[in-house]
Design a protein around this ligand. Structure first.
Ligand code: SIN
Length: 294
């Protein structure tokens, strides 16, 4: 029998009473899909799954998809290693609030992250609910965003906004750097409608969004900063402490996440797979400039 233990009222739940090594995925797939839609991120502790099991689990939520900007494992084109060595300085992969690869035409619908080796303390990950943030957004900001696109750019991977050596994540990740294609602007709706729950949710994040459509960067920045401060308030957030063998699954369209870089001296290794889903354009709510609660 599967039980859900919510981590906070707005986001995150541990799924308990489930062993991926013995259970049939077919039997539990509808419950997992439903739990992910309601909680945005779900956690399964003590699973210790291998890569074949991880890929099968990922396909419960959508077709496996590849990431263009991080080199996959040699013989596993759908798996990336999220690794920081004990002596590796600089930033960490995902160490800022972001929605994965929101600057591409079809960003991942979600990801599965399986913890192999974790620090004894630190190395937590935080997620925030873009749906809870939308619900509580002041009406004047909702009005600015309704029916509007935001412009996304692959800043860490391009040339124009390339991060410094001190802040970028280390060589263990084998990321593409300095690619002029990543500097090209990609438009996505600033607000999406969830395909399962029908909830509205912000689709903005500070790592990749450079400005709002119809505004300059100077005009957009104070608005985007205000929205991001609202979005990342602790009420809309859950913080997860990893143990080896844990698997996390998140809805990329409904969340931002942040990997905390506080474990220098310890190795952290995870395997990540990604699933595809509807594009942000397909998730745009019907345009209605008059109604706030569309
Ligand atoms: C990421 O996918 O952004 C990394 C998350 C993590 O390492 O906790």
């Amino acid at each position: 029998m599967i039980a859900e233990k919510q981590l906070t009222p707005h986001i995150g739940a541990e799924i308990q009473g489930l062993d991926l090594n013995t259970i049939s995925l077919e039997d539990i797939a509808p419950a997992l899909v439903d739990a992910l839609a309601r909680h945005h991120v779900i956690f399964l502790r003590d699973q210790f799954i291998d890569l074949e099991q991880q890929k099968s689990l990922t396909q419960v939520f959508g077709p496996l998809s590849r990431l263009d900007y991080v080199e996959p494992l040699d013989d596993e084109p759908f798996v990336i290693r999220v690794l920081k060595e004990a002596d590796e300085g600089g930033g960490t992969f995902g160490g800022n609030w972001h929605t994965d690869f929101s600057f591409v035409t079809e960003p991942p619908a979600g990801s599965v992250l399986s913890a192999i080796e974790v620090p004894p303390v630190g190395g937590d990950t935080l997620w925030i609910s873009q749906a809870a943030a939308w619900d509580a957004l002041p009406d004047d900001l909702k009005k600015i965003l309704q029916g509007r696109d935001a412009i996304h750019v692959g800043k860490p991977y391009g040339q124009k906004w390339a991060p410094s050596k001190e802040t970028r994540s280390g060589d263990s990740m084998k990321m593409v750097r300095g690619d002029p294609v990543a500097d090209q602007e990609q438009r996505h709706p600033a607000v999406l409608k969830h395909p399962v729950t029908g909830r509205h949710m912000l689709f903005l994040n500070p790592t990749y969004v450079s400005r709002l459509d119809g505004m300059s960067e100077e005009e957009s920045t104070p608005i985007l900063d205000q929205i991001q401060t609202h979005t990342t308030q602790p009420t809309f957030c859950c913080r997860f402490h990893w143990t080896a063998g844990t698997v996390a699954i998140w809805d990329n369209m409904a969340t931002q996440h942040f990997a905390v870089n506080d474990y220098f001296g310890h190795r952290r290794l995870m395997y990540r797979t990604t699933f595809a889903g509807p594009s942000p354009r397909e998730l745009a709510p019907p345009t209605n400039h008059h109604a706030i609660d569309v």
